[in-house]
Write a protein that binds this ligand. Structure first.
Ligand code: ATP
Ligand code: MG
Length: 405
């Protein structure tokens, strides 16, 4: 893509009321725009990153047998009364129709839709297990939205739901999804700073698990064991003061953000919706359910919190908007742009005639594309190549550039 055609521009300043590093950098670099507190648009650069994250998540969900659907955002009040959450869900957006008595919910999660939905198709043990996921906008009337993409009032979530005949089968699948979450966070670049964290499972199971990424921007605190790479959250540390794996009491306390979680719902939602099946003995039983969430925007924001310096973002390669940022100075790099494209290298080509060298350098730093390639009179027929994460530069030929990048 030619930068001269990109409708967004980088900004010197972030909005005054924007406090978080992730959103300040993402707004300045032109990845997102703030529509109001807790609500953002994804602009061309941000949308490309979002699509890469989405692809990673979708591939891993399909690898654990997930079937993708899209459920409605607008949900009927009745379903929420059935589960008791019309009254009890704190951050629920509720509203009335202007011309009828109908009341609605803007979906903050989808148990109230997926459970009656599966009821229409599941009646026998032969219909189980089933795994269904979606990637969709959620709405929550969060009280505090000062963390940029880490906590929005509208945000994109991947939510997977699983349906089982037995608790044992739910358990086995839960372990499988746990592994797939490790892969997702590894592939997104934050594997090193993300910890499986034991959390309380309420009254329904002993533990649930959160995936927590260490960052000062996080609103949570975790206590982690460096040896086992496992953590416990605040509630659990009060119960047991040790690592659930090696029982060591040497746990480190640090701030973290929950990028995903997995939860055994058991029969919490199948019971109110009468989601039942006939087992092989002909007995009617409740379906066991699990739910598994990841916030895509929160993950994107977390990546920025983990990977940036004073000049801007430093994208991990698998989620970067482009692979190469090609800058030209008083010369024409069109030939190299075309050849990179021919070889399928994703490239942002800074072909702007009205931008100074200083502006081009500053833009490359804040946008944070992994490889910066400069073509100028000084470099002749060579290209000056530098990684955003390193300071060393080298001169390479066009052929070498295509190979390295
Ligand atoms: P938190 O404790 O941070 O509010 P939660 O327990 O409410 O999270 P879930 O309801 O389990 O979160 O949602 C699943 C995932 O959706 C979370 O792990 C997180 O990645 C993401 N998420 C939840 N709330 C928000 C939000 N307000 N903005 C952005 N992402 C969110
Ligand atoms: Mg919440």
């Amino acid at each position: 893509m030619r930068q001269s055609e990109l409708f967004t521009k980088t900004k010197r300043e972030a909005p005054k009321d924007e406090e978080a590093i992730n959103s300040r950098l993402l707004i300045r670099a032109g990845f997102i725009d703030k529509a109001m507190a807790g609500v953002y648009s994804f602009l061309p650069l941000g949308f490309r990153v979002l699509k890469k994250i989405e692809k990673i998540i979708r591939e891993e969900m399909e690898a654990v047998g997930g079937q993708e659907i899209l459920m409605p955002t607008l949900q009927p009040k009745g379903n929420w009364e059935t589960t008791g959450r019309w009254e009890n869900y704190d951050s629920l957006f509720r509203f009335k129709s202007h011309y009828s008595k109908n009341e609605y919910v803007l979906g903050p999660t989808h148990e109230e839709i997926i459970s009656p939905l599966l009821k229409k198709f599941v009646s026998s043990y032969k219909d189980l297990p089933r795994y269904v996921f979606q990637i969709q906008n959620k709405f929550r009337d969060e009280t505090r939205v000062k963390s940029g993409l880490l906590r929005g009032r509208e945000f994109i979530m991947k939510d997977l739901y699983s349906f089982h005949a037995t608790e044992g089968d739910l358990h086995d699948y839960y372990e499988k999804v746990k592994k797939s979450y490790y892969k997702i966070f590894e592939r997104s670049g934050i594997g090193q700073s993300t910890f499986l964290t034991f959390a309380s499972g309420g009254t329904f199971s002993k533990y649930s698990h959160e995936f927590q990424t260490l960052t000062q921007a996080g609103e949570d605190e975790i206590y982690f064991c460096e040896k086992c790479r496992i953590a416990v959250n605040k509630e659990i540390i009060k119960e047991n003061n040790f690592c659930p794996e090696c029982r060591s009491k040497k746990l480190k306390k640090e701030k973290a953000v929950e990028v995903g979680n997995i939860f055994k719902l058991k029969t919490k939602y199948s019971e109110p919706f009468n989601l039942m099946f006939k087992n092989d003995q002909g007995e009617v039983k409740d379906v066991y359910m699990g739910c598994y969430g990841i916030g895509l925007g929160r993950l994107l924001g977390t990546i920025v919190e983990v990977f940036h310096d004073e000049k801007g973002i430093i994208w991990p390669e698998p989620v970067a908007p482009f692979r190469v940022h090609l800058l030209e100075f008083q010369t024409d790099a069109k030939k190299i742009y075309n050849s990179l494209q021919k070889f399928g290298v994703e490239v942002l080509y800074d072909d702007r005639k009205d931008a100074t060298a200083g502006q081009k350098f500053a833009d490359a730093d804040i946008i944070g594309i992994p490889w910066r390639a400069i073509v100028s009179k000084k470099t002749g027929d060579k290209i000056e190549l530098k990684k955003r994460s390193e300071s060393k530069v080298k001169l390479v030929s066009e052929k070498e550039l295509v190979k390295i990048a």
